[in-house]
Design a protein around this ligand. Sequence first.
Ligand code: FES
Ligand code: FE2
Length: 401
Amino acid sequence: MTESQTLELAARRRRVAGDIQRRMVAHVAAGGTTDMAPQPMKNDASAYTDESRAALERRELFLKRPLVVGLTKDIPNPGDCLLFEDVGQSIIVVRSASGSVRAFLNMCMHRGSKLVRRGEDGTCDVSGRRFVCPFHAWTFDLDGVLVGIPGAQGFEGLDLGQRNLVRVPADEWNGLVFVRPTPGDDPLDAAGYLGSFASELALLDLASAFPVRSSMLTAATNWKCALDTYGEGYHFSTLHASTIGTTHFSNVAVFDAFEPHWRLNFPEKSLRAISKLPEAEWPHMEYGGIHFIFPNVILVAGSLESGARWVRMFRVFPGPTSGEMICRTAVYVIGGSESDRQSSAFAHDDSNSDVTQEDYQVAVDGYANLVSAPPGFTVVYGRNEPALQAFHRSVASALGL
Ligand code: FES
Ligand SMILES: [Fe+2]
């Protein structure tokens, strides 16, 4: 990024943050109003519990669409790679010698063996910038080209040009790495997929986000029950009475739709005092908030007192049945010192324990009730839960329902 682009980005970040701050202060000054949808929306319980619906979602939402598999600095250098194994087949995502991101099925073109295995942190080691199959040592370069066969005379007469790794569409945009997890030649256009949300996500400067810690959460619930808990602040004062409920207003939010994506901002209680001041005296608010990339990514952005910024990413995936899910969580820091990274790692651990003990617990209980609810039972998303309405409308639309 050139210096003038950096300055322009910083100015736009201040402008958008200022607009959001103004809208939050207006809600607080009005005694606790919130952005509303035109009317409440019902959704059948079977949207969460029906197994054929779950299979349709796994196919239409998680095999045919761009999915975020990580951020740029998860694989910063040629040869750095990660494995994406949360939907369908195992996929290798690697930075090639030219610096671009490529993805392949993690499948040897001799007899199908896995070429690389997942390390603790989801990354994999590709020593010598080559994929060497552990079975008979067929060797592929970072572009997936077959470059070595021991005992090659055994394969005389075979068109080895057809034995390069199977490509999976991949793209990298402003720090986000995407794959569309079905092999094919149609290019993946991440910016096109993000549409009008792209300019907002650009404000997060994700290309500079350094990975600090990652982990995996599981719960016996539907993936959408888990995702729903990120999409409203209506529950802060009850479910999170001793955590975010002490620092943030409940049921007050600024919502912006970039359907199928969206952004939510929840005001801190400190805005009550600010709302009594003239705008010229308001403290600067750093850009942040909850950013949802359809169908399954929550990016929460905030800043530390030092001025360093952090981003927490939650990627929620359906399990093999409607009542299983996993969430891959990771925290990244932009700028800042080693101690900023450490404090962000601790905050990540605390947040994960709140998520599992509070949010995912109600998601587990709610799912169990929905499974045995009376036929035709519907859940309802209030006017004050516009992000949930947008999410479920987008899911239904993507499924052709
Ligand atoms: S299966 Fe990979 S080299 Fe034989
Ligand atoms: Fe919550």
